[in-house]
Design a binder for this molecule. Sequence first.
Ligand code: 2P0
Length: 357
Amino acid sequence: MPMFIETCTAPTNIAVIKYWGKDEARGLNTPINSSASVTLDQDDLCAMTSIAASSDFVADRLWLNGKEEDTAGNGTHAKRLRKCLAEMRGLARDRVDASGAVVCTATELASYKVHVVSRNTFPTAAGLASSAAGYACLVHTLAKLYNVEEAYEGQLSTIARQGSGSACRSLYGGFVKWVKGRKPDATDSMAVCVADQAHWPELRAVILVINAGKKETPSTEGMQTSVETSPLLAFRAESVVEPRLAAMEAAYRARDFEAFGKLTMQDSNQFHATCLDTYPPIFYLNDVSRQAIRLCHAFNEHKGRILAAYTFDAGPNAVIYCEAKDRDELLAFMLHFFPPPRSGVESYTNKPALLKA
Ligand code: 2P0
């Protein structure tokens, strides 16, 4: 019986204006505020997914980093996977060969069960946006498998969003905004590419892997508690994010690193302040993370201007943005204080290892 297989990769993205909190009233995994990120387009910071569809398969199955995951139960990721699959099957079109002849009809294709094999090239669930790359890759690969064409720009990102919010931003390169949208059906809560990666090719990200382990509080659960308990988060969503996003977009367009860097650090700090303001509080940063923050400020003070900008997601690992011209000096500075491990990252849990620059 016929089998169709597609394999794709998708990059991770690191937010510079953070998403934290869902708008439960609208549902469909929409956020309480818009956000923006930079896509880290590197082979060793991505998800790679192969999907096979066959009439011989009896169930949809998923293997994540070599381990089979539940797809049928009521777990968050099982439900999200089914949601993305259902949406993509709904958009399936006939598969055609090079001459345009139909090799499998859309109806047949959509009726086949799939086997999904996905792998991340970086620590999973350690606050390095692994679910972002994973769901973006799932949707992108399904789009190939089902020969999907977007009915409107950004449509696929609205499906990736339902897998994981931040995943919608990984479907584009460069500087990407996730517009929270207003429509009740959430079809406008999508990613928009503000400037592609060719716009600022000198931008670099240095990553300090401080702890490659799984985080204590998963993002979905953490942000729910924050929405319920943090007045600071409500204030941030209502009054801080929109003007900050506009300033960030302008800084990125102008390739103004000082403005971009300052806003990036301020937004990371405010996000972690909302975690502390959550009750009971959520601690994603640890002492080593805070040391990295101090070092980054010390580096900038020493240089007399902002040349390095840290940001932390829902985990202790630092992503430090800089420009290519400053990378070696920044790396030398960081390596002086955080010497790299001789082998492996895991053995240096809680001591940073430079994963990628
Ligand atoms: C972000 N984070 O904007 C923020 C900053 C973490 C801190 O998006 O529940 O995995 O799957 O929509 O996207 C992490 O949350 O959450 C996240 P779900 P997601 O990148």
